[in-house]
Design a protein. Structure first.
Length: 608
């Protein structure tokens, strides 16, 4: 959600900024802009719409500018217009600022500044901060930024330039990610590592309430209260190839097909089926406390919440630990009961999800042991937890999460087995489970061979505006995830339900114009879900089934059937979700939707 990139060095900043912004397009945005410091002036170009629109306005023939900042905005305060696009400038036009996050007390500050004679040109909270920096500026941009930030409440990742300090960028963060890439005689400030990978893999990550001054002479990091901070240089583990399409039409289909290899990497070195053991180095220091846990709370948003719901079932079945799954956005504003022995596990692909991060901080404040299950190394949640496990599934660029969901479920499965083995699970049962988990990547590859069949299902139902997804037990979260995938990228209304709940209201919606997708794999509730299928058929509904290979009975009941290999029931979600991902993808393509950049959505939701 939103993207920041800034450059200070010996090269022309403009092409570097534009390249960086393009790398950040996947995060979601509706306007873009750049500010260049040249010839004693700050020159701003910005527009609503895609970066391609901005490029038409840029002057690539102008003299080079060694310093600049750029931004892609996802609208919060104010419509996506040229005036509301970033960067914003102060009243004198000497300072430009870009901002991710929300300034909560912007209205009071805006009134104050208006009373001081400041005229505003936009409807944004960001311009308020920009004008505030301008009011405090007395020759030091770093000092002015710190003074302004002491006056604001909310979240921010900012980068600021000033015409009077032509080779300086000042950046700061609170609740919104920011890093500085360290190159040869140059530095790149960014909100996401993707923006800098083609230039350097050496970075420092800013923590909350830290401010960094970047210039050709080096970087200086302090707190808002001017206390010096020593930062450790870290290495980005992703490569440039991993964030490029590599011949695929969209990132989403690329990432769906990457799942076998992604899960092999996720599992590699962590499971030992022969001995029935799981090795997770990231939780070694808290293993004793975790094993003694009396209660688990899994907190997440969106797709990660669906993975957490699968995790709830896994922890209760394999480890016999009472487990709750909480929406992070609700958890943080309730008065949750965190007693002795409670462990909170925060799940997020990006590790920057604002609500999940805040829920984690609330849990820590109340004394819980805090674990993280994230994909991005060095992310805010990863750095804030007591311990955790990385997914290691590689970068996920498509807004609609696919391989991260699989990685999250796989990690939760390993954690559940790890705890189960340390509490009550026999070596035989653990070995059986881990052997089945180890076979999942090859089984997903087999499911992917049915890509054409999934496309045919989408094509046959593409004109239907309402879909129902139904599952029981472990397949209920898969039904939720399948419905989410369809609606977020194809804009078809879809609803996921426990199959038994259909009778309690939603069955009134069933007609021959409403496809009902049943995840009807072999398991303890198989006969029950067959009954649910019959209920839909008797009311003229169209049945699409995801079923276990060899199930001839299901073919007699469904108009379309996609088969998955047989596996242990707790691991079935890793296979049954794949056809639903493919159906959603093909539905979006057939409807002409922008698959990787669905409207109104962002990859990493860093505001409430």
């Amino acid at each position: 959600m939103c993207g920041i990139v800034g450059y200070v060095g010996t090269r022309d900043a403009l092409p570097i900024l534009v390249e960086g912004l393009k790398r950040l397009e996947y995060r979601g945005y509706d306007s873009a802009g750049v500010a260049l410091v040249r010839d004693g002036k700050v020159r701003v170009t910005k527009s609503a719409g895609r970066i391609s629109v901005l490029e038409q306005l840029l002057d690539y023939d102008a003299p080079p500018s060694p310093t600049g900042i750029g931004h892609t905005r996802w609208a919060t305060h104010g419509a996506p217009t040229d005036a509301n696009a970033h960067p914003h400038v102060d009243a004198c036009g000497r300072i430009a600022l870009v901002h991710n996050g929300i300034i909560e007390n912007y209205h009071a500050l805006r009134v104050y500044l208006k009373n001081q004679g400041v005229e505003f040109r936009s409807d944004t909270d960001t311009e308020v901060l920009t004008q505030l920096v301008g009011r405090f500026y007395k020759g030091s941009l770093e000092v002015a930024v710190k003074q302004a930030l002491r006056e604001v409440r909310g979240t921010y990742g900012i980068a600021v330039v000033c015409a009077d300090e032509p080779n300086v960028i000042v950046a700061a963060r609170k609740g919104s990610p920011l890093l500085v890439g360290i190159g040869q005689d140059e530095f790149i400030v960014a909100s996401d590592a993707a923006a800098i990978l083609s230039h350097t893999t050496q970075v420092i990550y800013l923590e909350d309430d830290e401010v960094v001054r970047v210039s050709p002479d080096g970087i200086r990091t302090t707190t808002i209260e001017d206390i010096p901070v020593t930062k450790e240089i870290q290495e980005i583990e992703w490569t440039l190839d991993q964030i490029e399409l590599g011949g695929h039409e969209h990132f989403m289909i690329k990432e769906i097909f990457e799942q076998p290899d992604a899960l092999r990497t996720c599992l590699r070195g962590r499971i030992d089926g022969e001995n029935g053991t799981v090795h997770l180095g990231g939780i070694a220091d808290v293993a004793r406390e975790l094993t003694r846990a009396k209660r688990l709370i899994l907190t997440a948003c969106g797709t990660a919440w669906h993975a957490a719901l699968v995790g709830e079932y896994l922890f209760e079945e394999l480890a016999r630990i009472p487990t709750e799954t909480e929406y992070a956005s609700e958890f943080r504003y309730r008065n949750p009961i965190i007693d002795d022995g409670t462990v909170v596990i925060a799940i997020s692909q990006s590790g920057e999800t604002a609500d999940t991060y805040a829920a984690l901080e609330e849990a820590k404040h109340r004394g819980a042991l805090a674990l993280g299950v994230v994909n991005v190394v060095g992310s805010s949640i990863a750095r804030s937890t007591d311990a955790g496990v990385y997914l290691h599934v590689g970068p996920e660029i498509g807004v609609a999460s696919t391989k991260a969901f699989s990685g999250q479920v796989a990690v939760l499965a390993m954690l559940a087995c790890y705890l189960g083995r340390r509490r009550h699970m026999s070596q035989f049962n653990a070995s059986q489970f881990l052997d089945a988990l180890g076979a999942i990547p090859d089984q997903i590859a087999h499911v992917l061979e049915q890509n054409d069949a999934c496309r045919a299902v989408a094509e046959a139902n593409i004109e239907k505006d309402n879909w129902l997804y139904l599952g029981r037990g472990y397949q209920y979260p898969v039904a939720l995830e399948g419905a989410l995938k369809l609606k977020e990228i194809s804009y078809i209304h879809a609803e996921g339900l426990p199959a038994a709940e259909m009778k309690h209201g939603p069955i009134a919606l069933i007609t021959d114009q409403m496809p009902a997708v049943f995840i009807a794999t072999q398991g303890i509730q198989y006969e029950k879900i067959i009954g649910n299928i019959e209920e839909v058929r008797s009311r003229g509904g169209r049945v699409i089934a995801v079923a276990t290979e060899g199930d001839q009975r299901i073919e007699e009941l469904a108009e379309s059937t996609i088969f998955i290999p047989d596996t242990l029931e707790p691991l079935q979600p890793l296979l049954s979700v794949v056809p639903l991902q493919l159906i959603a993808y093909h539905a979006a393509v057939l409807r002409g939707c922008n698959v990787d950049k669905p409207r109104n959505l962002a990859k990493s939701v860093t505001v409430e």
